[in-house]
Design a protein around this ligand. Structure first.
Ligand code: ZN
Length: 205
């Protein structure tokens, strides 16, 4: 496999998550173990604990379990089931008791994770509805493959590739800048994560 790495700056490699640094074939069992629990029966609070145990900051997200976005702007919502219910700062300060209260209030909530410095991660968001699958194929043909890393299927049929941000670095968020349908969720961004559901399920792969 061609071992080309995505470079953030001239001498800084972006660290994959959950994969061998040398792009060796991943041990699937290790990978799955790391992302237990993954049962649909797993209570939301266990997902929250799990993400927090990884140093990530989870955040309550609106849902579309009633057929439209729970933000009540109904069909006018431009981000159905994908935008936060609370301020970023509230998510950062939340305790487990706060989370229990949120889950009681919004039992059907989707869950997101703050990207950027708060969680130390960024994600490449590939959206086939904006031809992101075509774009990423073209980019990898030109520049080489991306480092294998923690990956999730997204509700819209695309995927999130999640990477660790090296210390003292900042990754900006961009939309359709790298290429059509290829966004970067970095500073100030959010990714929706399992066990969320929009048009489809969010699921760690
Ligand atoms: Zn909404």
């Amino acid at each position: 496999m061609k071992n080309t790495r995505l470079k953030q700056t001239d001498n800084t490699m972006i660290a994959p998550i959950g994969e061998d640094q040398n792009n060796a074939p991943a041990d699937k069992s290790d990978h799955v173990d790391r992302y237990e629990p993954r049962s649909l029966d797993t209570p939301l609070i266990d997902w929250v604990r799990h993400y927090r145990s990884m140093g990530w900051v989870p955040i309550p997200i609106h849902d579309i379990s009633a057929g439209h976005c729970s933000c009540k702007s109904n069909l006018d919502c431009k981000s159905q089931g994908k935008h936060p219910r609370v301020m970023r700062s509230d998510a950062i300060e939340a305790t487990e008791e706060t989370w229990r209260r949120w889950i009681r209030a919004w039992p059907n909530m989707n869950i997101g994770v703050l990207t950027g410095s708060e969680s130390g991660i960024f994600a490449i968001d590939i959206d086939p509805r904006h031809r992101g699958d075509v774009s990423i194929t073209e980019l990898t043909q030109q520049f080489g493959t991306l480092p294998r890393t923690l990956t999730a299927a997204t509700g819209g049929g695309g995927c999130h590739l999640v990477y660790q941000i090296p210390s003292r670095e900042t990754v900006k968020s961009t939309a359709n800048v790298i290429a059509n349908g290829v966004d970067v969720r970095g500073e100030g961004g959010i990714i929706v994560v399992e066990p969320s559901k929009t048009s489809g399920d969010y699921k760690w792969l």
